[in-house]
Design a protein around this ligand. Structure first.
Ligand code: ATP
Length: 581
C-alpha cells in the first residue's frame, strides 16, 4: 500500500524531475551556507578576543551580508521551483480527472454523487498539491538541515550537542501519537465536505420541488446539521493541531534552555570557546524550524496520502463501455439504418431481474417505430442499449448487419442521434446548444433543424434570437421549448437513426404528430419514437408494445387496436382521457 502510494508520487513527480533536482540542489546549497555562516561567526568572535581591527570586522560583516544574500537569492527560486511542481501536478491531475470522467459510462455517475466527485477534483487534488509541493520541500529541508547541522554541532562538542537535541525524539513520539488521530479527523472533514457539496447541488437542482412541498425549513435544518458536523470536525482537528504544534515548539525551547544551562558552565570550565557556544546556539536554533515544520509535513503527508487514494480511485475505474481493439468505423453516408435485435436482454448491475429480455425485432431502413408501454416496462433501457449507454453483450443488436459492440463508439453515436428524456441544455446561447454535436455547422443548417423541430419561430421571438443565452443567466425555456431545442440539436447531426425517448412529452399531440411526420421527409431515417403519446404513436409505421421488459405486441396501429391486449387497453384509456379533456 505504502509502496504503491510512493510509486504514485514518483509518477506524479517524474515529468518534473528537472525542477525537483534543481530545487534539491538549491536547498542543499542554502543549508550548507546556513551551517557555514555560524562557523564564520564563531571564528570571528574567537579572533576578536585576540586581535581587533576594524578592517577585519568590516571584512567579516561584508562576507556575512554577501553569504546571507546568496542564501536568500537561492532559497527564493528553490521554493518557487518546488511549489511550482505542486501547481503543475495539480493542473495535470485536474485535467486527467476531467478527461477520465468523460470516458466513464452514465452508470458510474449514478453510483458516485457529483458532490463527492467535485470534492475529489478540488479538495483532494489540493491535498496532493501540498504533498508534492509543500511536503516535499519541507521534508527535504528537514533532512538537509539535520544532515548538515548535526555533524557540525558534534564536531564542536558532542555532549552539548546531544543534550541540545535530546528532547527532539520526544517531538517525533508526540507527532507519531497524534498522527493517526489527525488522519482520521482529516478524512472525516473530507466526507463532511462531500456531504455538504452534495446537499447544495441536489437542493439547487431540486429547488422547485423544495418549494412545491414547502420544505425550505426542513432543508435548512438538514443543511445546518451537516454544516455543524463539518464545524465540529474542523474544531476537533484544530484542537488536535493546537495541542500538537505548541508541544513541538515548547520541546524545541527546552533544547535551547539545556544548551544555555550546560553551555555556560562549559565556557567557564574552558571546554568550549564563546565562539563555539554562540555557533551551537545558532546551529541548534536552525533546527527549530525544520523540526516544527516536520509536524505540518506529516499532516500534509497524511492528508495527501488519503487524497492520493481518493484521486487514484477515479483513475482506477475503467469504463466498461469502450470501443473494442478491432472496432470498425462505418462511413455515415453508407448507413441504411436497418436494426436487428436478437434475444436482447439487459440486467442492471446489482439487480436480479433483467430490465429487458427476449427482445427480437427487425426494423427496415427508414421505418418509424413507436415504442409504447407501461411505466418501467423497459423502453428507456432499450433506447440506452441501442446507443450503448449500457454495457450490453455482443451479438444482440445489429445496425446494417454490424454488431453495435464492434462499432467504434464515436462512430455508433454519430450513426444514432439520441434525444433522452431530460432535454438538458447548457447555459450558453441557443445556437451553441443547437450545434453542440458539431460546432462547425453553419447558422442556416441549424435553422433548418430548428424549423423541423418546430422551434424556429419561437427562437426568433427571443430577445437575441439564436444568440439568446438559455439557463442560469439567460432566458428560461418552457418544458416544450427545451424538448424541441434538444430535438433540433439531434436533427442537426443528420444521423441515419434517430432515437427519441419521450422527447416530445411536453409538446401538444398535434405538434408532436407534425414533427414526427416531418422527420422522415426528404431523408431516409430510421426513427425510434418512445412515447406515452398514443395519438402520435398511432401515426408511425409500426408500434412495439412493451410490458415487464418484453415486447408483447408488434404491428401497425390498425392491427393492434383490433387485437385484444395491452395496446387495445392503453388506446381505450387514451381515448377516454382525450374525451374527458
Ligand atoms: N440504473 C438502474 N438501475 C437499476 N434498475 C434500473 C435502472 N434504470 C432503470 N431500472 C429499472 O429497469 C426497469 C425498466 O426501466 P426503464 O427506465 O427502461 O423503463 P421505461 O419503460 O423507460 O419507463 P418510463 O416509461 O417511466 O420512462 C424498471 O424496473 C426500472 O426500475
Amino acid at each position: 500500500m505504502v509502496l504503491s502510494r510512493l510509486q504514485k508520487l514518483v509518477n506524479y513527480l517524474r515529468p518534473h524531475w528537472r525542477n525537483v533536482v534543481f530545487g534539491m540542489i538549491a536547498l542543499l546549497v542554502v543549508n550548507g551556507l546556513g551551517v557555514y555562516i555560524p562557523l564564520l561567526i564563531r571564528d570571528s568572535i574567537d579572533n576578536l578576543r585576540q586581535s581587533f581591527t576594524f578592517q577585519e570586522i568590516l571584512g567579516v560583516v561584508i562576507l556575512l551580508v554577501v553569504l546571507a544574500s546568496i542564501s536568500w537569492g537561492i532559497r527564493m527560486p528553490s521554493r518557487l521551483w518546488i511549489f511550482g511542481i505542486g501547481r503543475d501536478v495539480e493542473f495535470s491531475i485536474k485535467q486527467g480527472i476531467f478527461e477520465h470522467l468523460l470516458t466513464l459510462e452514465p452508470a458510474y455517475f449514478s453510483r458516485n454523487t457529483s458532490g463527492d466527485l467535485i470534492n475529489r477534483a478540488t479538495s483532494d487534488v489540493d491535498n496532493v498539491r501540498r504533498l508534492v509541493g509543500f511536503a516535499l520541500l519541507s521534508l527535504a529541508n528537514t533532512i538537509f538541515a539535520y544532515g548538515l547541522t548535526l555533524p557540525v554541532m558534534l564536531t564542536i562538542n558532542v555532549r552539548l550537542s546531544l543534550l541540545a537535541v535530546a528532547v527532539y525524539p520526544l517531538m517525533l513520539i508526540a507527532v507519531q501519537v497524534f498522527s493517526k488521530k489527525l488522519q482520521i479527523q482529516q478524512l472525516q472533514i473530507q466526507e463532511k465536505l462531500s456531504d455538504i457539496s452534495q446537499l447544495i447541488q441536489e437542493d439547487m437542482s431540486g429547488i422547485s420541488l423544495i418549494k412545491i412541498y414547502a420544505q425550505e425549513e426542513n432543508e435548512k435544518r438538514a443543511f445546518a446539521e451537516k454544516n455543524s458536523q463539518l464545524l465540529r470536525s474542523n474544531l476537533e482537528l484544530a484542537k488536535t493541531r493546537n495541542f500538537l504544534f505548541p508541544l513541538i515548539e515548547g520541546l524545541s525551547y527546552i533544547s535551547l534552555l539545556m544548551l544555555l544551562a550546560f553551555g555556560s558552565s562549559a565556557i567557564t570550565q574552558g571546554i568550549i570557546s564563546i565562539g563555539d557556544f554562540i555557533a551551537l546556539l545558532i546551529l541548534v536554533e536552525r533546527l527549530v524550524f525544520p523540526t516544527a515544520i516536520l509536524g505540518f509535513t506529516i499532516t500534509a503527508y497524511q492528508q495527501g496520502e488519503v487524497s492520493v487514494d481518493r484521486v487514484e480511485a477515479i483513475f482506477k475505474t475503467e469504463s466498461k463501455i469502450k470501443s473494442s481493439v478491432n472496432s470498425i468505423a462505418l462511413p455515415i453516408s453508407s448507413i441504411e439504418g436497418k436494426i436487428i435485435a436478437q434475444n436482447l436482454h439487459y440486467t442492471y448491475p446489482g439487480e436480479e431481474k433483467p430490465a429487458i429480455k427476449d427482445i427480437n425485432f427487425v426494423i427496415e431502413p427508414g421505418e418509424t417505430i413507436a415504442v409504447v408501454g407501461s411505466i418501467g416496462s423497459g423502453k428507456t433501457t432499450l433506447a440506452n442499449s441501442l446507443t450503448r449507454l449500457l454495457d450490453i453483450d455482443q451479438e444482440q443488436l445489429f445496425i446494417d448487419g454490424y454488431d453495435v459492440t464492434e462499432l467504434d463508439l464515436n462512430n455508433l453515436r454519430n450513426i444514432i442521434a439520441y434525444v433522452p428524456q431530460d432535454s438538458f441544455l447548457f447555459s450558453t446561447t441557443i445556437l451553441n446548444n443547437l450545434r453542440y454535436g458539431d460546432p462547425l455547422k453553419e447558422q442556416f443548417e441549424t435553422e433548418i433543424s430548428a424549423k423541423q423541430a418546430e422551434i424556429h419561430k419561437e427562437i426568433l421571438n427571443f430577445p437575441q434570437q439564436y444568440e439568446t443565452v438559455v439557463g442560469e443567466r439567460g432566458i428560461t425555456l418552457s418544458g416544450g421549448q427545451r424538448q424541441r431545442t434538444a430535438l433540433a440539436r439531434a436533427l442537426l447531426m443528420d444521423s441515419p437513426v434517430l432515437v427519441l425517448d419521450d422527447a416530445l412529452s411536453s409538446v401538444d399531440n398535434k405538434t408532436a404528430t407534425n414533427i414526427l411526420k416531418s422527420l422522415s421527409q426528404g431523408k431516409q431515417r430510421t426513427v425510434f419514437f418512445i412515447s406515452h403519446q398514443l395519438s402520435a404513436a398511432a401515426q408511425t409505421d409500426r408500434i412495439f408494445v412493451m410490458d415487464h421488459g418484453k415486447i408483447v405486441q408488434m404491428g401497425t396501429h390498425q392491427q393492434l387496436v383490433k387485437q385484444p391486449g395491452l395496446y387495445q387497453r392503453l388506446w381505450k384509456q387514451h381515448q377516454l382521457a382525450e374525451t374527458v379533456s
